[in-house]
Design a protein around this ligand. Structure first.
Ligand SMILES: Cc1cc2nc3c(=O)[nH]c(=O)nc-3n(C[C@H](O)[C@H](O)[C@H](O)COP(=O)(O)OP(=O)(O)OC[C@H]3O[C@@H](n4cnc5c(N)ncnc54)[C@H](O)[C@@H]3O)c2cc1C
Ligand SMILES: Cc1cc2nc3c(=O)[nH]c(=O)nc-3n(C[C@H](O)[C@H](O)[C@H](O)COP(=O)(O)O)c2cc1C
Length: 644
């Protein structure tokens, strides 16, 4: 029996025959046109994602009513004019060999743009936890109108060629707002008991079933647990599940979380294990006899297979994993799971990018995602002799892409080991996945036949002698030593010395710099038993709690009793203590036996002048251009390679 037998076995749901049990769950991309129609970029994206070979591809949220979009470019399915574009979506999904579903959505109060315009509607006028604004309470007529709009949307989906629809009852959107006692305080037949709060979802399912007929499959996505203070738990849902099935659900998609759930549990960070949510799907299966989809951090088809084998679920969804590597299933089927680029759950290019309004979907470790229209298939017309200087994420990604396109690549790294800052990024607690990704990247570059010349520091003379045709400068950042009295004392070290184990953590430690790296260093020190104070000059922590890993970092530091001093600058360091100015007042921190510098880096781009002087074509990418994050490093590394 193969390790994938269960995952790869077919499944029939009403008239839909799925070739296997891998699912791509709905993921909003922000790739739609401003008028809510399907864009070329979206088609290219969904076409590539569908090549995963997953049995079921569920297209992202599509608004069933103009009052229901969460962002203004959300795909629309509330009018016949959308059918033409949606037909193309269903068609490209079918080309990938899987079945196509689309998620029918109403955001209710979780629509910042409609809230701003005063046009958002909800079961009750209770403020959104995230946007802190209330929507207008729906009248019974409006409830009926929205129920009807789900039915009409389902008919459009079927007309566009979709094999199924999914009703979005999860994540704090309108149906979930009705289901939750926190957002539904109505005193009519739609509020009060769980049976009453479920009525809206039940009537929607009945309407959809009536609209599409008996043989058309309908999935219902639910958050198995709200995962918020006083929210509902999985046990609370169990009594209503049979009614939801009776009303028309053929599949239950067991997700988790709501708007405002701590640590963005819906797209859980690396603190959560793959499959952490499977047991809740298993609970559903105890009370209803229909296929259940498990979702949450899956990045390994073999693990997904085990979940199905042990009976917790019938299907498994791979969300961010598909963004990170749409070929994950093919690679597993071909017996080369080590080639899978596993999602690291950083959320940088996907959910948190969308939440922060940073643009359209990307993936921090897969530069193709969201850029399918730019992504060159290769080979390049002209093969260039390219030197890549620096084997951090920018240089390694550039090397991978350039060699994939057929260029003649030499990759230099001055250290004994490749990886750049990733050699340290994977050391703090819960970040091992970064080391896994680094090892994957190094192995893949080597598989492409690129020799990584470690222990080679590229100098002006080497460039003079080697005469490369093009140079990609991916030399990263260099340390900054802040001009503080006492910075030369032996008790002062930097994060690299601590994380690498070169210096043992002290007992009473002050970390200077409360950015991501400083906070992670503090987390590491706490794990090692140190008592930690973090000093940050800014008034607000640069590590935002809105982001899942940021939330977890703040929580762990708080729970461990670490102090985070904001709006504080260091005046001087002396044996045993630090003088600081904290919110305008002079204070002393003591006892202190170790000070760890975590004030960041500045670009290391000295070779640039030589390249300019010699007129050698070059690109400066990643931290060498401006010290930032992994997503910029990989994107710029890739784009330089694509441009060669
Ligand atoms: C502890 C820690 C945790 C982090 N966590 C995160 C995180 O969670 N998310 C995130 O987005 N970012 C994180 N970062 C930052 C992230 O690692 C960097 O932004 C990223 O590595 C930058 O990539 P790069 O390739 O541009 O540069 P680097 O990773 O710095 O790589 C540059 C490489 O060039 C080499 N080099 C320099 N000069 C030469 C030369 N002349 N010849 C040959 N080689 C040379 C260097 O030795 C180095 O290996 C973290 C950083 C640290 C230290
Ligand atoms: C970028 C992004 C957009 C998402 N959009 C939707 C959506 O449109 N509808 C939905 O039900 N869930 C949405 N989700 C949640 C995913 O479907 C999925 O449940 C979640 O990411 C957990 O699965 P994973 O760990 O495999 O990524 C989104 C997640 C991401 C990362």
């Amino acid at each position: 029996m193969s390790v994938l037998d269960h995952l790869l076995s077919p499944l029939k749901v009403r008239n839909m025959e799925l070739p296997n049990r891998a699912v791509m769950p709905p993921m909003g991309t922000n790739l739609g046109n401003d008028d809510a129609t399907v864009s070329e970029a979206y088609l290219a994206y969904i076409s590539r994602q569908s090549k995963s070979g997953a049995g079921l591809i569920i297209v992202e949220v599509a608004a069933v009513h103009p009052s229901g979009a969460s962002i203004d470019s959300e795909l629309g399915i509330y009018d016949d004019r959308f059918i033409e574009g949606l037909k193309k979506v269903a068609a490209v999904i079918h080309e990938g060999g899987g079945k196509a579903a689309i998620q029918l959505h109403h955001a209710g109060r979780e629509s910042s743009f409609l809230l701003r315009r005063g046009e958002a509607i909800a079961p009750s006028a209770v403020p959104s936890v995230v946007y802190r604004q209330s929507a207008r309470e729906m009248t019974i007529d409006e409830i009926k109108e929205i129920i009807a709009s789900f039915g009409k949307a389902a008919i459009r989906a079927r007309e566009a060629g979709f094999d199924a629809v999914e009703v979005h009852g999860a994540h704090g959107y309108l149906l979930a707002q009705f289901l939750s006692a926190l957002s539904n305080i109505r005193d009519d037949q739609y509020g009060g008991s769980i049976e009453n709060r479920a009525r809206f979802t039940i009537e929607i399912l009945e309407e959809v079933r009536k609209s599409v007929g008996d043989d058309y499959p309908v999935s219902l996505r639910l958050s198995a647990e709200e995962f918020i203070k006083n929210g509902y738990m999985v046990e609370d849902l169990l009594p209503i599940l049979p009614d939801l099935v009776k009303a028309g659900a053929d599949i239950i998609h067991a997700s988790i979380g709501t708007h405002g759930s701590p640590a963005g549990i819906t797209s859980a960070p690396s603190e959560y294990e793959p499959g952490f949510n499977a047991w809740r799907a298993g609970k559903f299966k105890e009370v209803v006899d229909l296929p259940v989809i498990s979702v949450g951090r899956y990045n390994d088809p073999a693990e997904a297979n085990d979940v199905i084998a042990r009976g917790d679920a019938d299907l498994v969804a791979f969300g961010r994993q598909t963004l990170a590597d749409p070929d994950y299933l093919t690679k597993a089927k071909e017996g080369r799971p080590e080639d899978i680029r596993k999602c690291i759950a950083c959320n940088q290019g996907c959910i948190e990018r969308l939440m922060a309004g940073e643009g359209k979907i990307r993936c921090a470790i897969n530069p193709e995602t969201g850029q399918e229209l730019l992504y060159p298939k290769g080979p390049a017309k002209v093969s260039r002799r390219v030197w890549i200087v620096g084997a951090g994420p920018a240089g390694l990604t550039a090397a991978y892409e350039a060699s994939r396109l057929g260029h003649d690549v030499t990759l230099f790294e001055k250290e004994e080991n490749p990886g750049g800052q990733l050699r340290f990024a994977g050391i703090p607690p819960n970040k091992e996945v970064y080391t896994d990704w680094m090892n994957w990247l190094v192995a893949q570059v080597e598989k492409k036949g690129v020799e990584i010349k470690t222990g080679f520091e590229v100098t002006d003379e080497m460039i003079e002698e080697g005469k490369p045709e093009v140079v990609i400068l991916a030399t990263g950042g260099q340390k900054i030593t802040p001009p503080i009295k006492g910075i030369d004392l032996p008790m002062v070290v930097d994060i690299w010395q601590i994380l690498s184990g070169e210096v043992q953590p002290g007992e009473n430690v002050v970390v200077i710099g409360g950015g991501w790296v400083g906070m992670e260093a503090a987390d590491f020190l706490i794990d090692a038993g140190s008592k930690v104070t973090v000093v940050e000059i800014l008034k607000r922590s640069p590590v935002r709690k809105l982001f899942s890993h940021g939330y977890m970092l703040h929580k762990r530091l708080r729970d461990a009793g670490a102090e985070l001093l904001l709006n504080t600058s260091i005046e001087s360091i002396q044996e045993g203590s630090l003088k600081v100015e904290c919110e305008g007042k002079e204070e002393t921190i003591s006892p202190v036996d170790q000070v760890v510098i975590a004030v960041g880096l500045k670009p290391c781009d000295e070779l640039k002048q030589t390249l300019l002087n010699k007129g050698i074509r070059h690109y400066v990418v990643g931290d060498a251009a401006e010290v930032r994050r992994i997503i910029e490093a990989t994107e710029e590394g890739a784009k330089a390679a694509w441009d060669l």
